[in-house]
Design a protein around this ligand. Structure first.
Ligand code: NFE
Length: 465
């Protein structure tokens, strides 16, 4: 029997995402990932001072604002040929690292885990689905308690963003040329103590709960799978050199260096005029809401013409942890391990800070230049491309990790990574398609990174996921 499921919006995700899935005898035969609203940040930036870009683009999204601030700073620093001072780099790493921790903890407990446990019969656990819940009473109680503790742990991590970033979200200490908060010995001590608490939560609770989930739902290593087409941009530069993760691509399981010129956006099925596609340095944002055969406001970024998955699993795989390919559980596992890796690295960065040393260098905005800021965000590879003419922004393009993961079909008919991961999934009960929610949420969706203005007349439908 054929049936179309429309899930709009997908709840427990950052931003507004919807899904359209075609089922045939309970199996997904087609899937469309839909960003139903338009993002206009690139348009807002035109004509502005390039030094404003970090503040504007941080507002793309409240959960990954530090990453956008850093990518925008990098684009201008690359255009101006500036290398920031070591202390500034460390402050940036710490702000971004803390943003990773608050987001990863929040994702696991508040967004993903409720797909697997019932929780008490009160909001926010109600209404809920009871489809395929496997935990016994004791585990249920434990996970509920940890859910509440996770809110505090995530808040503590956010506090570190505020301590070194000035505020959270949208840290304003991330400035072109470095950072604007000078770490005093007192501040370093305070941050260390908060960080120790957060690391304790990750080591003592988060990783244990992940193990419990793995043994209770081992079949989810076989669901939401995808090919080894992975992309990573350089993230957390280290002193004196290297990075916690270097840029890299994996095509069909073969790692290679990233060639930036091989990135291109396809808009065949997105609500943008055809001229909006191509390499982001030449790209445009020409919305075309009525475009035929289109179904989303998310463009389709491609690398060497291929849809690429990005995020913690891609980073783990490229840095040598190659035990598992992409799947629901492998993504959740990679994210949890990454949280611990980042928390530990942050303690080293705190040790390396030299109170009193400069954190920023003056930057002269070039009259004419073109540059990119490739960075990493919690959800994967993030790129900003900026062209400056007469000292003002002439063009700005952003490709977020969720644009890579939640991209639509392209001119070759190739689906995006999430669409691909949904295909072939057996949905036990189409009235309560929990399998789909688990697959989609394993990518940690954030379509607010891709969209910002609601289309007039758009109707939210009843959701059940
Ligand atoms: Ni809105 Fe983001 C991250 C960015 S989107 S969360 O991480 O950039 O994928």
């Amino acid at each position: 029997m054929k049936r179309r499921l429309s899930i709009n919006p997908v709840t427990r995700a950052n931003g507004v995402l919807s899904l359209e899935v075609d089922l045939e005898d309970h199996a997904v035969v087609d899937a469309r990932s839909i960003g139903p609203i338009f993002r206009g940040f690139e348009v807002l930036l035109k004509g502005r001072d390039p030094r404003d870009a970090p503040y504007f683009t941080e507002r793309v999204c409240g959960i990954c604002s530090a990453a956008h601030g850093i990518a925008a700073c990098l684009a201008l620093e690359n255009a101006a040929g500036v290398t920031i001072p070591p202390n500034g780099q460390l402050v940036r790493n710490l702000v971004l690292g803390a943003d990773f921790l608050q987001s990863h903890i929040r994702h696991f407990y508040l967004l993903a885990l409720p797909d697997y446990f019932a929780g008490p019969d009160v909001p926010p656990f109600r209404p809920r689905s009871f489809q395929d819940l496997r935990f016994g009473r004791e585990a249920e109680l434990r996970l509920t308690e940890h859910y509440v503790q996770a809110i505090a742990a995530s808040r503590r991590a956010h506090q570190v963003v505020g301590m070194l970033g000035g505020k959270a979200p949208f840290p304003h200490s991330l400035v072109p040329g470095g950072a604007s908060i000078s770490p005093t010995a007192h501040l370093v001590t305070e941050v260390r103590s908060v960080l120790r608490e957060v690391r304790g939560f990750i080591e003592g609770i988060y990783l244990d709960d992940l193990e419990l989930l793995k043994v209770t739902y081992p079949d989810y290593f076989e669901l939401g799978t995808g090919p080894l087409d992975l992309l990573v941009f350089r993230l957390f530069p280290l002193l004196p050199g290297g990075a916690l993760w270097d840029s890299g691509a994996v095509l069909d399981g073969r790692p290679e260096a990233v060639v930036e010129a091989e990135i291109a956006e396809d808009v065949t099925r997105a609500f943008f005029a055809q001229a909006a596609g191509g390499h982001p340095s030449q790209g445009h944002t020409y919305p075309d809401p009525g475009k035929e055969n289109s179904y989303t406001w998310v463009k389709a970024p491609r690398y060497r013409g291929r849809a690429m998955e990005c995020g913690p699993l891609a980073r783990a795989w490229l840095s040598g942890d190659r035990t598992r390919g992409p799947s629901v559980m492998a993504r959740l596992e990679a994210r949890a391990r990454e949280a611990l890796q980042v928390a530990r690295a942050m303690e080293d960065w705190l040790d390396q800070l030299v109170p009193g040393d400069p954190v920023t260098l003056p930057i002269t905005v070039p009259r004419n230049a073109s540059a990119s800021g490739l960075a990493g965000a919690q959800r994967g590879a993030l790129g900003h491309w900026m062209r400056i003419e007469g000292g003002r922004i002439a063009s700005y393009q952003i490709i977020t990790p969720s644009a890579w993961n939640f991209s639509p079909r392209d001119s070759q008919g190739q689906p995006g990574p999430v669409e691909r991961a949904l295909m072939g999934t057996r949905v036990e009960n189409p009235e309560e398609p929990v399998e789909l929610g688990r697959i989609v949420r394993s990518f940690d969706p954030c379509v607010s990174c891709a969209v910002h203005v609601t289309r007039a007349g758009g109707q939210a439908q009843v959701l059940k996921l």
